[in-house]
Ligand binder design. Structure first.
Ligand code: TMP
Length: 237
């Protein structure tokens, strides 16, 4: 595999072509943004941690029958992935109230739900990733009905698998964001990343935040939290 030209740069990752049209290289950066890019910063070592964590979790999900874009970790920051056409939806699963859910509905953070919830945002930075429902997603032709069913089924199965692994690390999975894509044959796979950038992870006992909320909310100890959460996962994988 030969790494080719950069074809995309996002807020946290760069994407490169390869000599195989069905495969890309993603390279994780230390750059951090929040509030649709309004807040900018650097989290030293984040790219290395997110690359390693996302790959470890996707390998685990593959073993449990969830297809992902993961192919091979190439280096500390770089991973070979399947080329996908991203479904422009942010798929958010929540187990406990926090963040925009708590704000939107005027409830406290930390309320444990009887059953997990799912919601979709239209992935569109210019519009600020607005919340949409499945009918809107169909109207906008973002995904087919069958694809939405598959995405929901995978998202809830991923939640169960992630809750379990994090529990064994003394960590509560509060909520997380997933993105899915279509590979060459049109089938849906999990894409993007699963990391402290995209999940809320609280110490099960102290409720200490071990994720990007430390950066979003200026809580301090950001790098330490990323190192702590990665260390716990590696001990329990
Ligand atoms: P929210 O409560 O701000 O809607 O966030 C829900 C989850 O989604 C949380 O775990 C953080 C993650 N997330 C992203 O990965 N990217 C984003 O742009 C946003 C807003 C949230």
């Amino acid at each position: 595999m030969v790494k080719g030209v950069q074809i995309y740069e996002g807020k946290a990752k760069k994407v490169f072509a390869t000599d195989d049209p069905e495969r890309l290289v993603v390279s994780y950066k230390d750059d951090a943004t929040a509030f649709n890019g309004l807040k900018k910063g650097t989290i030293e070592g984040k790219g290395v941690i997110n690359n390693r964590m996302s790959n470890a979790l996707m390998r685990m999900l593959e073993k449990q029958g969830i297809p992902t874009h993961f192919e091979k970790e190439l280096s500390e920051r770089e991973t070979l992935v399947k080329r996908v056409e991203i479904v422009p939806l942010e798929v958010i699963v929540r187990n406990i109230s926090a963040g925009s859910f708590a704000q939107r509905y005027g409830v406290a953070e930390g309320i444990v739900f009887d059953a997990p919830t799912i919601e979709f945002s239209y992935k569109n930075d210019a519009l600020g990733d607005p919340l949409i429902n499945e009918y809107h997603a169909l109207a906008l032709k973002l995904a087919s009905k069958e694809e939405l069913e598959t995405i929901k089924e995978y998202a809830f199965r991923i939640n169960e698998a992630l809750k379990k692994i994090w529990l064994s690390c003394g960590v509560t999975l509060v909520d997380f964001k997933l993105e899915f894509g279509r590979i060459f044959d049109g089938s849906i796979v999990l894409a993007d990343e699963i990391s402290p950038d995209t999940c809320r992870l609280w110490d099960s006992e102290t409720k200490e935040k071990l994720d990007k909320d430390r950066f979003r909310r200026d809580l301090g100890g950001v790098e330490e939290a990323y190192r702590e959460i990665m260390g716990r996962l590696e001990k329990n994988l």
